[in-house]
Design a protein around this ligand. Structure first.
Ligand SMILES: [Ca+2]
Ligand SMILES: [Ca+2]
Length: 85
């Protein structure tokens, strides 16, 4: 049984995937993730420019199994962590 917040997050992730999973393979690769992070930074009015080193660090935090792509589960875990869950 999922709680409401989880449903909101699931829906949010579906929307992210619709926008950013350009090749529709079900995961976000590095370039897709980069677009996603840029968009997020723009939305919170942060400077969307970041160095490759910063990106790599961020990507490693997303990519729990280190296979080079972000799955929906990894994105969800990341969002839950941000929300302090
Ligand atoms: Ca993809
Ligand atoms: Ca992964």
């Amino acid at each position: 049984m999922k709680n409401e917040l989880e449903q909101v997050i699931d829906q949010y992730i579906l929307d992210i995937w619709k926008c950013f999973d350009d090749d529709n393979n079900g995961t976000l690769d590095k370039s897709e993730t980069k677009d996603f992070i840029k968009k997020m930074l723009e939305e919170v009015n942060e400077d969307p420019d970041f160095s490759d080193a910063e990106f790599e660090k961020c990507f490693r935090e997303f990519d729990e199994d280190s296979n080079g792509t972000i799955s929906r589960t990894e994105m969800k875990n990341f969002i839950m962590r941000i929300c302090g869950l």
